[in-house]
Design a protein around this ligand. Structure first.
Ligand code: IMP
Ligand code: ZN
Length: 358
């Protein structure tokens, strides 16, 4: 897997002294990660370890592991994705994360990776799922991920959980997920998300999202990830989401609404460029949002699949839009305003930023 190349511009040389120094600065900078899908954030090393354990197991498990290894091999060569091939890949990863003990192992690993990359507050998101072969239920899934978060040995990062509703779910499952989010809100669940294959048929999850809002949970929605989804986007905005994922393709009217309402947008530059929903870093919609000082949070989406840690997203933004050290610091600090945790946590985090010295 190759990480995106950060171009060495004259600006990077002048402000940072070169790309290596820029990457170093971005890694040391305290950061907030608000858009990270758990099963897309597992390091290739962890996946390989799990696949190898599975290969030593029973025939069915060995088949699942072969699938996962072929995904890893395919990723070695990928520097673009087609969204249509992207989502089926997860079924191979899921075959390795369907067992409680291994789920704890991957959550610990993912939190550690983010911590090592300088992330100080993380909202992981994940889709509760059942797996009859291992006795996994949606409820056990949530309990296990929360238990793993609370037992993580990482000490410099705090982590919360967002439960994802998948676009392939039904209204009943969406409601079940919201009920789980409400039930586990005191144990670290801060919100719900709508994600999954944007080409999947639409279903009514509005009631579920409104129930989440009414219960005081926060809501984030993958919005306008592909073209021609104006009706869905307009309908989803009626839920009054607290944040949006991507918001790439929006009509002028809807974009104006997002700006007027100051709805924070989780921006995933590498994910969008590699999935070809945005044609280049220079043309990414974060450019306009930054110019308008619209609340924007740099995020990774699926850091392992796209081979880009959050520090690299900051470095790409700096080199693409000529952002100074101070501007990067301000962008990361302002991200605190958009977190789903309470005001005490925001105050605590601002203290961490204020005492940071590069
Ligand atoms: P999980 O929710 O922890 O299982 O993480 C993987 C899931 O996140 C995938 O099956 C997708 O439903 C969702 N996901 C990952 N990346 C994207 C994306 O770029 N757009 C929409 N959904 C995504
Ligand atoms: Zn996403």
């Amino acid at each position: 897997m190759k990480a995106p190349t950060v171009p060495n511009t004259s600006f990077v040389d002048k402000e940072f002294g070169g790309v290596d120094q820029l990457l170093e600065y971005c890694k040391a900078l305290p950061k907030i990660e608000l858009h990270a899908h758990l099963n897309g954030s597992i390091s290739p090393e962890s996946l390989r370890q799990l696949a190898e354990k599975r290969l030593a197991g029973t025939v069915g498990e060995a088949e699942a592991a072969t699938g996962a290894l072929s995904v890893l091999e395919a990723l070695e060569w990928k520097d673009t994705f087609d969204l249509k091939d992207f989502f089926p890949m997860f079924k191979h990863i899921y075959a390795l994360t369907n067992n409680m003990a291994w789920l704890v192992f991957i959550v610990h690993g993912v939190i550690k990776d983010f911590e090592d990359d300088g992330v100080r507050y993380l909202e992981l998101r994940s889709t509760p799922r059942d797996d009859a072969s291992t006795g996994l239920t949606k409820e056990l899934y949530v309990q296990t991920v929360l238990q793993a978060i609370s037992t993580s040995p990482a000490t410099k990062i705090s982590t919360r959980l967002i439960l994802t509703i998948d676009r392939r779910h039904s209204p009943e499952v969406a409601m079940q997920i919201v009920d789980l989010a409400i039930r586990f809100r005191d144990q670290g669940v801060v919100g719900v998300d709508l994600a999954g294959d944007p080409y999947a048929a639409d279903f009514d999850c509005k009631h579920a999202l409104l129930k989440a809002k009414a219960a005081g949970l926060k809501v984030t929605i993958h919005l306008g990830e592909i073209e021609n989804r104006e009706a869905e986007s307009a309908s989803m905005l009626e839920v009054r989401p607290d944040r949006l994922g991507h918001a790439t393709f929006l009509s002028e009217q809807l974009r104006a609404h997002v700006y007027e309402e100051r709805i924070a947008v989780e921006m995933c530059m590498t994910s969008n460029v590699l999935c070809r929903t945005v044609s280049s870093y220079e043309e990414h919609h974060i450019k306009e949002a930054l110019e308008l000082d619209h609340p924007s949070i740099l995020c990774t989406d699926d850091k392992s699949i796209f081979a880009s840690p959050l520090s690299c997203e900051y470095a790409l933004a700096a080199s693409t839009f000529s952002m100074t050290k101070q501007q990067l610091f301000d962008l990361s600090k302002k991200s605190i305003d958009a977190i789903f945790a309470n005001s005490e946590e925001k105050t605590r985090l601002r203290g961490v930023w204020d005492t940071w010295a590069p």
